[in-house]
Design a protein around this ligand. Structure first.
Ligand SMILES: *[C@@H]1O[C@H](CO)[C@@H](O)[C@H](O)[C@H]1NC(C)=O
Ligand SMILES: *[C@@H]1O[C@H](CO)[C@@H](O)[C@H](O)[C@H]1NC(C)=O
Ligand SMILES: *[C@@H]1O[C@H](CO)[C@@H](O)[C@H](O)[C@H]1NC(C)=O
Ligand SMILES: *[C@@H]1O[C@H](CO)[C@@H](O)[C@H](O)[C@H]1NC(C)=O
Length: 540
C-alpha cells in the first residue's frame, strides 16, 4: 500500500484533481485544453465552431477530474448559438463527461456533435454522459424536434429530452426558448448520486434558475462516468456557418456549482443587421386567425366580421389584380381554415384544402406569415410571374392574397398528396416504374423552369414533400414560395440562403448563389427523405 501522502503526490503529478470546483467568467486565463477548431477569442469567449468543413471541436477543463462511483456533480454554463443564416443552424453542441481513455478524434461532426461516430453510437463502452443542446431534428437519433435539450448516455438517442424552454416561476407556464436565437442562455445540470437523479434547467441569461427543472430523470451514472474523466464541451461544424459560444462555466464535484456573475461574462460580438430578403419575410412564425380574432373585442360582430376578412391592399397591386384572391373567398373555400382541412404544416406555413366558391375548383391554400413590407412588391410580381408557368409537371400557382402579417398562396389541389408521404408515410408504396416516372416528371418540370421558360426560375426548395402527385400519379413540383427569377444568362445574385436543412447543396451555403445546378443537387429526395447532413456530401 502506498502512503496516503505519496498517493496524493502521484495524483497531482498526473494532473488529476479531486474534490474540484471551478468557475470561469470568460476563458482568457482558463487554460482550457482545446482540440479541433475550438478556440478562445481575444475577448475570452470559448468559440467551439467557426467553419463549414465538418470539423470537430472539443474544449475541456485542463485537468481530468477524479470522479468516484458515488460522486455527485453540478455544473452551469452560459452559451449562445449564432448562425449566419436567419432560419437555419447546424446541429448544436453538448456538455460532456468523457473518460480520459476516450479518443474523441474518431467521433464525427455535424449531427454527431463530436461525441460519437456512426458505429459507436449507443455503445455502453463509450462511458460518455452528455447534455445536448440540439438545433436540428435527426430522425436517426429519434430526435423530438429541431430545438431540444437531451440527456445522453453513451448515445445521441437521448435517454430523456424536452423541447427547449423553461417553466415560469410565477405562473408555472411553459415558455419556449429558441436555442439558435443568438441570445445567451444559461443551463444548469446536476447529478445527485444518492438519488441517482439528473436534473437539467434552462433559462434566458440573467434570469434566475427556474424552480421547476426542464428535465428530471433517474439514471445511475456510477457505471457510466469513469473514475478519471474530462469535463467540457463538444461540437462539430457542418455546412452552415454556425458559431457555438460558451461565455462562462462553473463546475463542482460533490457540491453546488458556483454562481456565475453575468456582468463579468465577455460580450458576444455584435451581430450586424440581419440580412433581409423578401423570402425570409415569409419564413416567420404564423399568425393564426385565432390570434387575430382574439384581439378583437367580443360582441362587436360587425367589426369582427370586417377584421375576419380584412386584407392588405396597396395601390401598386392594381396591376396584379386578376391574380389576387379575396380573403373571404379563401376563408369560405377552406371552411374557415378548419383543422380538418389542414393538409400539412411545414417550416414555412400551413396548407389547407379548399373548393373555390363559383368555379368549384379544388385548391390548396398555403398560409405563410410575413412581417416585412420590404420587397413585397417584387415578391408579389414574382409570384404572379411564376403563376404564368404552365407545365404538366408543375403545380399551377393560381394567385395570392395578402393580409396584415400574412400571405396566402393558392395552388391547384393535388389529390395524391406529396411524394414524401408515399416514400415514408402510410400512403401506398410506389413501385420502381412509378418512381422513375415521378423522377422524370420532376426533371422535365425543372428543365422547363431552368431552360425553356422566358426567365430562369430557381425553385430553391426541392424535396420530396414539395413534389406533389396528381390524379394520374405524375410528379409535379409545387410550393414556389422560395422560388427566384432570373433572366437567362444573368449571374444569380448572392442572397440570403433559404431552403431546408439536409437538402441544401454545400456550394449554395458557401456562395449564397442559387443556381440551376445547386437547385437540382438539393433534390436528394431519392435518398429517403430527411437526408441528414453527412460527410458524404462534401467528400463526394
Ligand atoms: C473565425 O475564423 C476566421 C478564420 O479563421 C477568423 O478570421 C475569425 O476571426 C474567426 N471568428 C471568430 C469570431 O473568432
Ligand atoms: C468510432 O469510434 C470508435 C471509438 O469509440 C473507434 O474505435 C472506431 O474506429 C470509430 N469508427 C469509425 C468508423 O470511425
Ligand atoms: C436511435 O433511434 C433510431 C430511430 O428510432 C433507431 O433506429 C436506432 O436504432 C437508435 N439507436 C440507438 C443506438 O439506440
Ligand atoms: C412553443 O413551441 C411549440 C412548438 O414549436 C408550439 O407548438 C407552441 O405553440 C409554442 N408555444 C408558445 C407559447 O409559443
Amino acid at each position: 500500500m502506498l502512503p496516503r501522502k505519496l498517493l496524493l503526490l502521484l495524483l497531482v503529478a498526473v494532473g488529476v484533481e479531486a474534490g474540484v470546483e471551478f468557475a470561469y467568467e470568460g476563458f482568457p486565463a482558463a487554460g482550457l485544453s482545446l482540440d479541433g477548431i475550438a478556440s478562445v477569442t481575444p475577448d475570452g469567449l470559448l468559440l467551439l465552431t467557426n467553419d463549414t468543413d465538418l470539423n470537430l471541436a472539443h474544449a475541456f477543463h485542463p485537468a481530468p477530474l477524479r470522479f468516484h462511483r458515488t460522486s455527485s456533480f453540478s455544473t452551469t454554463f452560459v452559451f449562445a448559438i449564432v448562425s449566419e443564416l436567419n432560419d437555419l443552424s447546424t446541429s448544436g453542441f453538448a456538455f460532456l463527461v468523457a473518460p480520459t481513455s476516450r479518443d474523441l478524434s474518431s467521433a464525427m461532426a455535424a449531427q454527431y456533435l463530436g461525441l460519437f461516430n456512426a458505429s459507436d453510437n449507443g455503445d455502453a463502452r463509450n462511458r460518455v454522459f452528455a447534455v445536448e443542446l440540439d438545433t436540428v431534428r435527426n430522425p436517426e437519433f429519434a430526435d423530438m424536434n429541431d430545438n431540444h435539450v437531451g440527456i445522453d448516455v453513451n448515445s445521441l438517442n437521448s435517454s430523456a429530452a424536452a423541447m427547449a424552454g423553461y417553466y415560469d416561476d410565477a405562473t408555472g407556464a411553459f415558455r419556449n426558448l429558441s436555442l439558435a436565437s443568438r441570445e445567451p442562455m444559461q443551463v444548469w445540470v446536476d447529478y445527485d448520486a444518492a438519488a441517482t437523479e439528473i436534473t437539467v434547467a434552462l433559462a434566458p441569461a440573467r434570469s434566475p434558475r427556474p424552480r421547476r427543472p426542464l428535465l428530471t430523470t433517474r439514471i445511475d451514472l456510477s457505471t457510466v462516468v469513469a473514475d478519471t474523466a474530462y469535463v467540457g464541451f463538444s461540437s462539430g461544424s457542418s455546412i452552415v456557418m454556425c458559431r457555438h459560444y460558451v461565455l462562462g462555466w462553473s463546475f463542482s464535484l460533490d457540491g453546488a456549482a458556483p454562481a456565475l456573475d453575468h456582468a463579468k461574462l465577455p460580450k458576444l460580438p455584435r451581430i450586424g443587421p440581419k440580412p433581409q430578403s423578401k423570402t425570409l419575410a415569409i419564413a416567420l412564425p404564423m399568425v393564426t386567425t385565432a390570434a387575430v380574432l382574439a384581439a378583437v373585442g367580443v360582441g362587436l360582430l360587425l367589426l369582427r366580421r370586417r377584421l375576419r376578412y380584412a386584407e392588405l391592399r396597396e395601390d401598386w397591386e392594381v396591376e396584379f389584380g386578376p391574380h389576387r384572391f379575396a380573403f373571404k373567398d379563401l376563408f369560405d373555400a377552406t371552411a374557415g381554415f378548419k383543422d380538418k382541412r389542414l393538409l400539412g404544416t411545414g417550416g414555412f406555413g400551413s396548407v389547407y384544402r379548399g373548393v373555390l366558391p363559383g368555379t368549384r375548383t379544388e385548391v390548396a391554400v398555403k398560409r405563410v406569415s410575413h412581417e416585412s413590407r420590404q420587397g413585397m412588391r417584387e415578391f408579389i410580381a414574382e409570384v404572379v410571374s411564376i403563376g404564368r408557368l404552365r407545365h404538366r409537371n408543375l403545380v399551377q400557382l393560381l394567385g395570392y392574397c395578402r393580409r396584415k402579417g400574412e400571405l396566402l398562396l393558392v395552388y391547384y389541389y393535388m389529390p395524391n398528396s406529396s411524394l414524401d408521404k408515399h416514400l415514408h408515410g402510410h400512403g401506398h408504396a410506389l413501385d420502381w416504374a412509378q418512381r422513375l416516372r415521378i423522377i422524370k416528371g420532376v426533371a422535365s418540370g425543372l428543365l422547363y423552369m431552368h431552360e425553356d421558360w422566358e426567365q430562369v426560375v430557381i425553385h430553391r426548395d426541392i424535396k420530396a414533400s414539395n413534389v406533389l402527385l396528381d390524379g394520374d400519379m405524375n410528379g409535379r413540383l409545387g410550393d414556389f414560395g422560395l422560388a427566384r427569377l432570373y433572366d437567362h444568362g444573368a449571374d444569380p445574385q448572392t442572397t440570403h440562403v433559404v431552403g431546408t436543412m439536409g437538402y441544401l447543396a454545400p456550394e449554395l451555403v458557401r456562395t449564397g448563389k442559387a443556381t440551376t445546378a445547386s437547385c437540382w443537387r438539393t433534390g436528394c429526395w431519392g435518398t429517403g427523405g430527411m437526408a441528414p447532413l453527412s460527410a458524404r456530401w462534401t467528400r463526394s
